[in-house]
Design a protein around this ligand. Structure first.
Ligand code: SPV
Ligand code: MN
Length: 629
């Protein structure tokens, strides 16, 4: 066996790369790499250690291969995904399951044997003439009990480069964890490239093998489908967490300063794509640890969290100097940034929708040569950049990176924020009565209007519990139960909040400014420390007007009017009840293992809402609720 592995690997790797692999002394790893070298048949194999030299090699290959192009500012590059490869492909992302395994109707799967055969058939010879990269990463801080080692095989230098920005290097970690360490494995091929982009879209697949902890991804470049460590690893980690008693969540991790900047309180937050999650995590003046994926563990009676990543793959649309100075500054300064699916003008500058500068009339974008008014084959206007265009950057490049980013013990979570995109139902911010109430009535009922971050129609309201439905690899009911259990017996569990940045008034206009989210997190920070009181509504605790006024003044320099508050925080009973009924229907009909307590808690909440409606009508002012207490 050993000789056979050597015979396969040595000619493709060459001596130096072969030795890098052998130094890890890990048979399971070597067999895995050899299997896919033999199947994918690359021209050569590059093995990436944690050295700067290896990182630089991949950066230079990304440009030489045409997957990235240099931009005017030093360290900046642009990458384009194919015209039909601009978001996560939910339809072709499936779990490989045996006939007796079932995750429920909302989680797609394919027969394991058939799926493996299909993936392997697609991968056969797919890397002919290309270089294969074998790279090692650590999900979470190195040397930490939170963390998981992973190896990525890819033929895309863009994917390997993105991973270098987004994840902590893990070659030494592999050595440290030794041969017995369990690790995630990812096999990706962008397939045949035309003008630097994957062209066999019809053979795009993302297949997840939970048993072996391997994910296959083919004929796609979009990072959400390809960067194994991101959403692909999340699916494996949710399963592993469930077996080991911790949580993998679609959450940012941030520190919020208390009054006079005297303390820093950590929050995590889970929102579906394009609902303001990244923007919240990097609010100016606060501290960011991560914007997308967190591992949470119970330690010494506290919930602690780490960021799985060390970089951000953020939506660039509407990032402007005025609205997001922290990230805008980093995106316009020298340093390593990959811009994807933006517009590149002749002077090699990136442009995106809502960047706050004058719009160019021509350039190159994901549709090729672009000019204002361009239409695609279906007759739809091609905007100057894709709505899901992104930037990839290290968190350390941000001025407000928190010092605990790489703390192996993580940070203590005092509050958890859930959000969604809804125009007519939830108030801008409220706090749940307790942990179970928050998990069951808020986290487990998140809905969001669809956006450009996944393929398909935009603007449809979809159920997305904990903003994690797309990534669940265990039955929904079990996942909810895991969330309930993590704080069992804990004296003071984290507080749970819900936000809605997208509420509209009768005239259809947004009721809040884009920066109001900063006020809400400051209010939460005070609530966690018991410094402000709240109004008890049938659905949770609402902020008091007099507590928000000074925060609006201090944070935004704004005089917050009484009638603005009243409109924003009016309890909309018909919409609230309708939402709960919609969600109950889902749990009744689609989820086979709904915890009983979920339906009971929703029913109790509906009863409270109905009683309130009998007293005060359909729409109840927060001032009326306050007097009622
Ligand atoms: C999201 O859509 O939630 C993202 C980007 O964070 S993706 O990598 O596409 O998942
Ligand atoms: Mn995400």
């Amino acid at each position: 066996m050993k000789d056979r592995i050597k015979d396969i690997l040595l000619p493709k790797c060459g001596k130096e790369n072969y030795e890098k692999l052998m130094d890890l002394n890990n048979t399971k790893l070597n067999e895995f790499v050899a299997k896919y070298v033999e199947l994918c048949d690359p021209a050569s194999v590059f093995v990436r250690t944690d050295s700067e030299k290896d990182a630089e090699y991949i950066r230079s290959k990304a440009v030489a291969s045409g997957e990235e192009q240099l931009l005017a500012i030093n360290g900046h590059t642009a990458h384009f995904d194919g015209y039909f490869d601009q978001a996560r492909d939910k339809a072709h992302t499936k779990y490989l399951l045996r006939p007796d395994q079932g995750l429920g109707s909302d989680i797609s799967s394919v027969d394991r044997d058939e799926g493996l055969e299909e993936a392997h058939a697609i991968l056969k010879g797919i890397m002919a003439g290309k270089e294969m990269y074998v790279a090692f990463f650590c999900l979470g801080p190195t040397n930490s009990e939170f963390s998981i080692s992973a190896v990525q095989i890819t033929d895309s230098s863009y994917v390997a480069h993105s991973e270098d920005i987004l994840y902590r290097s893990g070659y030494e970690e592999f050595k440290r964890s030794g041969v017995s360490g369990k690790f995630f494995r990812f096999v990706h091929s962008a397939g045949v490239l035309e003008n630097g982009v994957s062209c066999n879209v019809e053979k795009r697949r993302v297949y997840i093998d939970l048993e072996e902890e391997i994910v296959f991804s083919t004929n796609t470049q979009y990072a959400g489908n390809t960067v194994g460590l991101k959403k692909l690893s999340m699916r494996l980690a949710i399963k592993r967490a469930s077996e080991e008693g911790w949580l993998t969540e679609h959450m940012f991790v941030m520190g919020v300063h208390g009054p006079d900047n005297k303390r820093l309180t950590y929050f995590t937050g889970s929102f579906p794509s394009a609902c303001g999650k990244t923007a919240t995590s990097m609010l100016e003046g606060e501290k960011i640890i991560g914007d997308d994926i967190a591992y949470l563990r119970r330690k010494d009676g506290k919930v602690r969290a780490v960021n799985v990543e060390r970089g951000i793959f953020g939506i660039i649309r509407d990032v402007s100097d005025a609205n997001d100075p922290a990230i805008y500054g980093a995106l316009t300064s020298p340093g390593e940034v990959i811009f994807s699916n933006i517009l590149v003008t002749e002077d090699k500058k990136p442009h995106w929708l809502g960047d706050g500068v004058e719009e160019p009339t021509e350039g190159i974008n994901y549709s090729g040569k672009w000019f204002a008014g361009k239409k695609d084959q279906a007759g739809n206007e091609v905007l100057l950049a894709h709505k899901n265009a992104r930037y990839t950057i290290r968190i350390k490049s941000l001025g407000n990176c928190d010092e605990n980013l790489d703390n192996p013990d993580g940070v203590e979570v005092k509050g958890i924020i859930y959000g969604g995109r809804d125009s007519d139902t939830n108030v801008p911010v409220e706090q749940s009565f307790d942990w179970a109430h928050g998990i069951l009535t808020q986290a487990a009922t998140i809905e969001s209007e669809t956006t450009a971050a996944t393929l398909g129609k935009e603007g449809v309201r979809v159920f997305n519990l904990m903003a994690n439905l797309d990534f669940l690899s265990i039955p929904i009911g079990r996942y909810i139960q895991n969330n309930l259990d993590i704080v069992e017996g804990m004296e003071i569990p984290p507080s749970i909040f819900h936000v809605n940045y997208f509420l509209r008034g009768k005239d259809g206009k947004y009721l809040n400014g884009i920066k109001d989210k900063h006020v809400w997190v400051k209010w939460m920070e005070r609530r966690v420390h018991g410094e402000v009181e709240a109004i008890t509504s049938p659905t949770g605790y609402f902020p008091k007007y007099e507590d928000l006024v000074p925060i609006f003044k201090e944070v935004l320099g704004k005089d917050y009017a009484r009638d603005e508050y009243e409109e924003q925080f009016t309890l909309r009973i018909p919409e609230r009840i309708a939402k709960k009924e919609r969600i109950k229907e889902i749990y009744h009909t689609k989820v086979f293992d709904t915890p009983h307590i979920l339906l009971k808690t929703l029913d109790d909440q509906i009863l409270r809402l109905e009683e309130c409606r009998k007293k005060y009508g359909d729409y109840v002012s927060p001032f009326v609720l306050e007097k009622d207490e």
